[in-house]
Design a binder for this molecule. Structure first.
Ligand code: SAM
Ligand code: SF4
Length: 331
């Protein structure tokens, strides 16, 4: 019988059942909004959690009521044997949805094996459909490979396939409806994400296209009907009249969804992050390597969660509250 521990409830009564694990801070793309600069220093392999350490922590979180796990990065598919990790996590009792966020570059060959290993849903990042612009954003000429990766993900039979689009004013905001046209007949959700500030990512208020404006531009062409979601959902979701594709909006900047937050993050180097915008928390890796028991780790996790705020600060203060670039947090 698996151990059952009290659930992870914070001071505001929010139950945390969703763990996001960054499996690496390395990446084969160089998206300017995510990585601080080209010559980013990667964390040494020995400082990254091993798969056994990740498995141990995921099991402990599951004992505390976590039933949904997402693997992210960096680019998770750049880490060797990711399929093995997926299979290990699939075997943990209590874990339901097992999700992956990826830039899609390797999904042409990995979608099938990952599905077989037990990944249930994938989010693929795609900010433009224009090859030249794709290069400008990612510094890689890989649009075709990413599109193949999306096709392969659709063919693999995941329960959910979502396309993440970071909307940046003056960069890709003239393509909003192109994504709907492109995926019109596909069982996917296109998620428009407000551009968020992280350490050294070139964020300026002028580059943020607010949700209200994104939606207005889409509604000028398409009729959207809200889809009911539960209160912990990060996206506001809509059906598009006449289409199979759905759209979602992630409005962290102009209409935060902190009240229903159920998420807790583990960075690739084993630190807890109780909010995407909060300072990085305690190192579970150091604790494990110093011989901590599961009870000790559970105590450290609960203590960190006690420090979680009700909601993140206003957007002009967010840069000061965060101490890591997105790539080393894990989106
Ligand atoms: N490499 C994978 C990918 O690109 O999907 C996973 C990691 S990435 C950090 C996770 C998600 O965060 C991606 O969808 C990415 O577009 C998003 N992201 C990165 N920086 C962002 C920012 N400044 N604002 C909004 N979303 C961001
Ligand atoms: Fe890499 Fe994803 Fe960040 Fe782009 S968004 S640099 S693909 S981790």
């Amino acid at each position: 019988m698996p151990t059952v521990r009290p659930p992870l409830v914070d001071r505001f009564g929010r139950r945390h059942n969703y763990l996001r694990i960054s499996v690496t801070d390395r990446c084969n793309f160089r998206c300017a909004y995510c990585m601080p600069h080209e010559d980013m220093e990667w964390t040494a392999r020995s400082e990254i959690l091993s798969y056994e350490e990740i498995e141990r922590l995921a099991r402990l979180f599951a004992e505390m009521g976590v039933d949904k796990v997402r693997l992210t990065g960096g680019e998770p598919t750049t880490r060797k044997e990711l399929v093995d990790l997926a299979a290990k996590l699939r075997r943990i009792e209590g874990v339901g949805p097992l999700l992956l966020t990826t830039n899609g570059d390797a999904m042409g060959s990995m979608a099938g094996p990952l599905r077989e290993a037990g990944i249930t849903g994938v989010n693929l990042s795609l900010d433009t459909l224009d090859p030249g612009r794709f290069f400008d954003i990612t510094h890689r000429n890989r649009l075709d490979r990413v599109l193949v990766g999306i096709e392969a993900s659709l063919a693999a039979g995941f329960d959910s396939v979502k396309i993440n689009v970071v909307v940046m004013a003056g960069v890709n905001d003239d393509e909003l409806c192109d994504f709907i046209d492109r995926f019109w007949d596909c069982p996917v959700e296109v998620r428009y994400i407000e551009f968020m500030p992280f350490l050294s990512n070139g964020w300026q208020e002028g580059k943020l296209l607010p949700y209200a404006e994104i939606r207005k531009r889409i509604e000028a062409k398409h009729r959207l009907t809200p889809i009911a979601t539960d209160k912990s959902a990060v996206a506001k979701e809509f059906a598009v009249e006449g289409a199979r594709v759905r759209v979602g909006f992630i409005t962290s900047m102009t209409d935060d969804f902190c009240g229903g937050c159920n998420r807790i993050r583990l960075t690739a180097d084993g630190r807890l992050k109780v909010c995407l915008f909060a300072k990085t928390g305690p190192s579970l890796r150091d604790a494990m390597r110093a011989g901590a028991t599961d009870d000790d780790l559970a105590e450290t996790i609960r203590h960190a969660l006690d420090g979680k705020w009700a909601g993140h600060p206003p957007m002009n203060q967010l840069i000061q509250t965060n101490d890591r670039p997105m790539i080393s947090i894990g989106g």
